[in-house]
Design a protein around this ligand. Structure first.
Ligand code: ADP
Ligand code: ADP
Length: 230
């Protein structure tokens, strides 16, 4: 990586705002892995791994957070894999101040720093509409929306042709709890990163392509500010 900087980005924002949708596009455009802690946990539960068994006890299907130490260890392990050498994008991590402190410490140890934090925000009525129409593939994790991003064949995954489902934590009671937990534990990260000069707000109200246009211009500006790592 001599002479070129890694790209290290965080996507912040309430559940349902559209982080995963933008993360997939960023990953393709910049050729870096998008690491979603939520997706990692769902996959671990599905595969019945040791992490999955621990996570299952944390009631994530009820909107509760996984304890910091477990999330931090999982992210440390994942980001030390070879595909993260050119950089990576974290979607849904950090979600608490101790997680953000650990990420800073982790990157500092490697002589790296975050390029920036993209705060994906949409009005609450829009978020509720996105939750209620969200459908996911239980096999490959791809995401659709009944109205705004429908699959080619109703109810069927475009990629692997499995039957799409609604995430159990997308039902209205759990959504209420998730938004509450987000406000308590994660929203304070906005000020945390604003104070570090790293927060960039993205208005996620428009369609995914329009939002992605904003995302790319913000990332390009962040990259231009970064001193190359020699
Ligand atoms: P969303 O896409 O709706 O924001 P995610 O897929 O990112 O949700 O996360 C699903 C669930 O996994 C969260 O509601 C939470 O229970 C758990 N989770 C994901 N990331 C973290 C984290 N960084 N810290 C604690 N819990 C997490
Ligand atoms: P998050 O990862 O923040 O929880 P997702 O990316 O999974 O959010 O998006 C939530 C739902 O909203 C999905 O069904 C997705 O297809 C849809 N969606 C995402 N971005 C937009 C957008 N800009 N306009 C309309 N619908 C969107």
């Amino acid at each position: 990586m001599r002479g070129s900087a890694r790209i290290i980005l965080v996507l912040l924002g309430p559940p349902g705002a559209g982080k995963g949708t933008q993360a997939s596009r960023i990953a393709v455009h910049y050729d870096i892995p998008a690491i979603s802690t939520g997706a990692m946990f769902r996959e671990a539960v599905q595969r019945g791994t040791r992490l999955g068994r621990i996570v299952q006890k944390c009631r994530i299907d009820q909107g509760e957070y996984v304890p910091d130490e477990i999330v931090i260890d999982a992210v440390r392990e994942r980001t030390s894999e070879p595909d993260c050498i050119p950089g990576f994008l974290l979607d849904g991590f950090p979600r608490t101040i101790p997680q953000a402190d650990s990420l800073n410490a982790m990157l500092e140890q490697q002589g790296q720093a975050l390029n920036g934090v993209l705060d994906i925000e949409a009005p609450i009525n829009e978020i509720i509409g996105r939750f209620s129409g969200r459908r996911v593939c239980p096999v490959d994790g791809s995401t659709y929306h009944l109205v705004t991003q429908p699959p080619q064949q109703p109810g069927i995954c475009d990629i692997c042709h499995s039957k799409l489902i609604m995430r159990p934590d997308d039902n209205s009671d759990v959504v209420r709890r998730r938004l509450e937990v987000y406000e308590q534990k994660t929203a304070p990260l906005r000020d945390y990163y604003r104070n570090l000069g790293q927060l960039r707000e993205i208005d996620a109200t428009g369609d995914p392509e329009t939002v992605f246009g904003q995302v790319v211009s913000v990332i390009e500006a962040l990259k231009a500010q970064t001193t190359p790592v020699l």
